[in-house]
Each structure stands twice: as structure tokens, then as C-alpha cells.
Ligand binder design. Structure first.
Ligand code: PNS
Length: 169
């Protein structure tokens, strides 16, 4: 049985992530999407909230499971018996960092390979930070995230009083 892990921050999960998840799920028997829960980052959403959002939007993909981890991705892969990491590549600007990560991971765990999927063109510009930025100014994020995630983002920003101007959408 082939399995792969798609690690990331997913703060929040975007339609670009979902596109990668759907395509990777077709390539492997089982895909684990795993949320990084490292204390040195200060995410908008807690790891549990990010896990829950992923569970909701991936509920129709039977071979996808959602998890979280802390520490090194390579250690997590070893613990879960995974030899393949999935990452999305949006543009050449992603490449240097992604290559460095993939090579570091292989140095730590030589059996670990990274499979890169090129992001669909319609999501090439998209990132979680763009979603947070646009939403924080009350902008429309419906092109970027699913409706459930959009609701959660606006609510979180309101709860944190991070909305710079009133929500317009
Ligand atoms: O969604 P992101 O923020 O681009 O995901 C980055 C992630 C979580 C894959 C990366 O930061 C990571 O693997 N962090 C865990 C720490 C680690 O293993 N670092 C060594 C690789 S350089």
C-alpha cells in the first residue's frame, strides 16, 4: 500500500492546497495531510482549528486523513512509516526553499523522497498569508478558500479584533 504525507502550516487551508490534496490523493492509496504545530510560529488558527477545517473540506475524499505534528517533518515521516512527502510548487520563487527542504529531509532520513506537484495556474498566486491579509481588510476571500474556511477566517479575525475595516463580503 502506498502512502504519502502532505505537511504544511495550512493557516488557513486554501483552494490551492485543496487542489494539491485532491491530485495527490489520486496518486497514493493513502494521503495524510498533517498540520505543523511548532511553538516558534504564531499562527492565526490553533493546530486543532486547522485540523478541523481540513477535516471538513476533505470529508468527501475517502483516502485522506488529517493529522498534526510538531518537530521535524522527517521524524514525523519516520514515526508514521511514510517515505513520500508531497509539496506544491507555485512558481520558481518557491523552488529554492523547497529544494533545500527536500534535500535536508533526505539528509535526515535517506529513504524520504519529496514529490512536487505544480500548482494549478488558477491558484499560482495564492497563499495563506494573502488570504489573511485580504480578509483583515474586509476583502472578499471567496475565490481563495471554501465557504466554511472563509467563515472561520472572518470570525477569527473579528474575535481577535484584527479587522482593519468592516467586512464588505
Ligand atoms: O505550509 P508551509 O508553511 O510552507 O510548510 C512548511 C513545512 C511545515 C513543510 C516546513 O516548515 C517543515 O517541514 N517544518 C518542520 C521542521 C522541519 O522539518 N524542518 C527541516 C526541513 S528544512
Amino acid at each position: 500500500m502506498s502512502n504519502a504525507v502532505y505537511p504544511g502550516s495550512f493557516d488557513p487551508v486554501t483552494k490551492g492546497h485543496l487542489d494539491i490534496i485532491r491530485r495527490a490523493a489520486k496518486m497514493f492509496d493513502r494521503l495524510t495531510v498533517s498540520v505543523l504545530n511548532n511553538s516558534d510560529k504564531s499562527p492565526l488558527f490553533s493546530a486543532d482549528e486547522r485540523v478541523n477545517m481540513l477535516r471538513v473540506i476533505c470529508r468527501d475524499i475517502p483516502n485522506v486523513e488529517i493529522d498534526s505534528f510538531s518537530g521535524l517533518t522527517a521524524d514525523y515521516a519516520k514515526q508514521t512509516g511514510t517515505d513520500v512527502i508531497i509539496r506544491g510548487l507555485r512558481a520558481v520563487t518557491d523552488f529554492e526553499y523547497e529544494l533545500q527542504m527536500a534535500q535536508t529531509n533526505r539528509k535526515i532520513l535517506p529513504s524520504l523522497d519529496t514529490v512536487f506537484l505544480t500548482t494549478s495556474l488558477e491558484y499560482a498566486y495564492l497563499s495563506s498569508s494573502i488570504v489573511r491579509e485580504v480578509a483583515s481588510y474586509g476583502g472578499d476571500i471567496s475565490e481563495f478558500v471554501t465557504p466554511e474556511v472563509a467563515e472561520a477566517v472572518y470570525k477569527k479575525l473579528e474575535d481577535c479584533q484584527l479587522v482593519n475595516s468592516k467586512r464588505k463580503y
